[in-house]
Design a protein around this ligand. Sequence first.
Ligand SMILES: Nc1ncnc2c1ncn2[C@@H]1O[C@H](COP(=O)(O)OP(=O)(O)O)[C@@H](O)[C@H]1O
Ligand SMILES: [Mg+2]
Length: 435
Amino acid sequence: MKTKTLKGKSRRPDGYEKTLKENKLLHQYIRKKVNQLLTIMGTKPLNSRGLRDEGIIAIDPIGIISESFGQVLEHLKESNRQLRIARDHLQAVFDTAGVCISIVDRDLKILKCNEKQKELLAKNASGIMGRHCYRVYCGIDSPPLSCPAIETLETGRPVFIKEITKKGKVFQIVTSPLKNGDGTVEGVIEVSMDITEKKKAEDAMRHTEKLASIGQLAAGIAHELNTPLGNIIGYTKLVLQDQAIAQEQKTKLEVIAEQANVGSKIIRGLLDFSHQKKPVLEKFSLNTLIRRVADSLQDTFTAGNIRIIRSLERVPSLQADPNQIEQVIYNIIINAVHALEGRDGIIKIKSRTMKNEVEFSIQDNGPGIPKAHINRIFDPFFTTKPVGKGTGLGLSICTGIIQEHGGSIYVESAPGKGATFTVRLPYKPKTLCGG
Ligand SMILES: Nc1ncnc2c1ncn2[C@@H]1O[C@H](COP(=O)(O)OP(=O)(O)O)[C@@H](O)[C@H]1O
Ligand SMILES: [Mg+2]
């Protein structure tokens, strides 16, 4: 529009004033809106003449706005991309973390949980979202008395619980508050770590340390006692050879010799226990060894009321110390014989292959082991037998041997139901021997 053409009121057409007013209003309106947009975009607003003439083309506010929108859009796209990357990283950390992570709301209902948590729940993992965490994770109808998540909700602070036992597993739990922008606690992040294996290893370590110190003590005592006991036995034998000694004295001397021999046997056990030798590995057939020990023991059962039954499957050759494994089999069978004393008994020996291990078990139908004893029978010096018959070292020697071979030994028993000792030993499978 050119202003020159508008000179001289007389030549102005009808309605000119009205149009001019309308145009002015329109310009004001456009300038106001353009200025609003320019302010949003952070650009200097137009001055009062800004939209009147060709200045508008020079300033090109619409162009600035569309350009700015383009830039904002690009910026938004980039921010979205960065956000997506950050979210993917966070999700990857969430899912690959070696600990179980769950997010629960203020009602303790599960909002989200990671892969490790689902793995632990296995087949119970589906449909857990929206359910109460205490029901899903602890299997109880209401939160436990000392629920760390509730404490975190109440205090707004993290809670660190060292250990909690759920379904035979030990967990370490940490709960942290999930806060929104204004700092209100909206939920709880529960992190739990399965420390069952760590606990077992710690217990085993403590047991090993205990055994080592008992072993040192036992070795010292055994060593000191060995010489005087040897002397007693030696001199008693010498005196017994004297023809001039009366029969009554001889009988008393024989009791001395017999008791000294019992003492010697105990000392041998102590020395065996404390100077446990490293296994000398060789390849042999476990089944052949079991047959040999079982046959020789069956022959020596004087009462004759105990039967040894064998059920031996084909198992791979063992790479182990045959003398030490023989000692283990022997100790367990002798214990069973002692437990069966005076009754008709059956001792079943089985062997089989389990994954990378060979397993043998020795089961008796004796009186079984009382609950109060079952955790102690592998401890050195634990015995329920009278002095002279038991030293309480047999099973701890067996444990030492089996652990030294990288295997495991455990017992299953209940009073009146007999006892079953199971031993597992790793093997390097090459050839199979007959069962
Ligand atoms: N088969 C079994 N039946 C019942 N109790 C057993 C059996 N085997 C072992 N025990 C218990 O374990 C204890 C420890 O055994 P062990 O270490 O061999 O020492 P000891 O035979 O010298 O007592 C035994 O005294 C006995 O109470
Ligand atoms: Mg024994």
